[in-house]
Design a protein around this ligand. Structure first.
Ligand code: KG4
Ligand code: ZN
Length: 385
């Protein structure tokens, strides 16, 4: 069967055709994958503007779907099911994909499968590498999420850790903004970090061990992790972002002691829009490299610790930040050291795309679940299953 998949949760309008292979260890193949990125539109604003995003999805969605069918060499008559991202994401953006998918499914008499965006990121690993050795510990790390999942069997996702504040990709984007590097920040910091010294600045690696207002209970289901470990799987990146902000303040030549709203603050904020912070290219590269070292260490320490506690037979890393060159290299090296195979998607499946939504859609369809048209877009959908 061919499945048409749609993804419009944030600032990419994407459509793909996924086909079944009949091979249980590698069940799906990408027949086509089209992504229309809006990053040029949002770059001018330093981040995604929700209203602009949903309007652009409306403009792009028909063309993107036709392009996906063309690239796959099929017509709508050859499509047996439709999958669409239901959430989480920007509700106005999600609505465009959901309304389009439901209308097309109704008009053609096809089943439509609502898909959780993070299930899509997790299944991008199966799409690229075939079924993972299970149980697996899978880190989903993107602009909106930093969550660690236990996958005990195919299609079952149990969250065991998550960020208590910023997502790792969000920290990349905010630090890039502070340094006047533009949006999205991940790729540019990744590139600049190669020119910098990663030990130039001693930024803190946050290690959580305690309850707080945001997380009164451990994230993992009771009994899954040893009690003393359950809280150690959460992440936090807002302190790191503040440490970078402080460093930039110290290094600008304004009088010190800046409170919020001081001239130093104003100067740092100005840097966010025009890059005029006065730091040399080498200083910026050193900040990028030092920041990236800490993010990668925080992500991998927790992921590999949890993999050990869970008795995982593989580690997966998916989502936009899994495109990061240092994260990929260090994850592979740690995998070799610990003897746990590590899987990351190819770059075109790391950032948002519809092929991964198709894979997760097939997973749900073949699990025997049935679907109707009564679902709606959900900005804060949680992942269970
Ligand atoms: O998965 P994704 O495309 O969208 C969300 O679901 O959020 O992830 C986008 C995030 C952005 O924050 C972007 O800065 C980050 O992924 N990103 C990277 C890299 N490429 C994209 N972060 C670090 N290094 C990269 N090479
Ligand atoms: Zn994503």
């Amino acid at each position: 069967m061919n499945l048409l998949a749609l993804e419009t949760s944030c600032d990419e309008t994407a459509a793909a055709v996924i086909s079944e292979t009949g091979n249980a260890s590698g069940p799906w193949r990408i027949a086509s994958s089209i992504v229309a990125s809006q990053s040029e539109i949002h770059r001018a604003w330093g981040g995604v503007v929700p209203e602009l995003a949903s309007r652009q999805h409306v403009r792009d969605i028909c063309g993107v779907v036709y392009a996906a069918l063309d690239q796959a060499g099929i017509s709508l008559d050859d499509v047996g099911a439709i999958a669409v991202t239901q959430g989480p994401g920007l509700v106005g953006s999600l609505l465009v994909g959901v309304a389009f998918a439901k209308s097309l499914a109704w008009a053609r008499g096809l089943p439509v499968i609502p898909v959780h965006h993070l299930a899509g990121h997790i299944e991008s690993l199966t799409l690229a590498h075939g079924e993972l050795p299970l149980p697996a510990a899978v880190l989903v790390v993107s602009g909106g999420h930093t969550s660690l999942y236990h996958v005990p069997s195919a299609g079952v996702y149990q969250v065991v850790g998550r960020t208590r504040d910023d997502a790792a990709g969000e920290a990349y984007d905010k630090v890039a903004k502070l340094l006047g590097l533009g949006y999205p920040g991940g790729p540019v910091i990744d590139r600049l970090a190669r020119e910098g010294r990663d030990d130039a600045f001693d930024f803190p690696v946050t290690r959580l061990t305690h309850a707080d207002r945001n997380a009164p209970h451990p994230t993992a289901p009771p009994g899954l992790l040893p009690p003393e470990a359950a809280r150690r799987v959460d992440f936090s990146f807002s302190g790191l972002k503040t440490a970078v902000l402080r460093l930039i303040r110290e290094r600008t030549k304004e009088p010190s002691g800046g409170q919020r709203g001081s001239r130093v603050d104003v100067k740092v904020k100005a840097a966010a829009t025009n890059g005029s912070h006065g730091l040399s290219r080498q200083e910026v590269a050193d900040i990028c490299a030092s920041f990236q070292r800490v993010v990668v260490q925080a992500l991998l320490d927790r992921t590999f610790e949890a993999a050990g506690w869970l008795g995982a037979r593989s580690v997966g890393i998916a989502g936009g930040v899994s495109a990061n060159s240092r994260l990929r290299a260090e994850a592979t090296a740690r995998g070799e050291r610990t003897g746990i195979p590590v899987f990351v998607p190819p770059l075109h499946l790391s950032t948002d795309n519809a092929a991964m939504i198709g894979a997760a859609g097939f997973r749900r369809l073949r699990s025997g679940a049935t679907f109707d048209l009564s679902f709606n877009a959900e900005a804060s959908l949680t992942l269970t299953g």
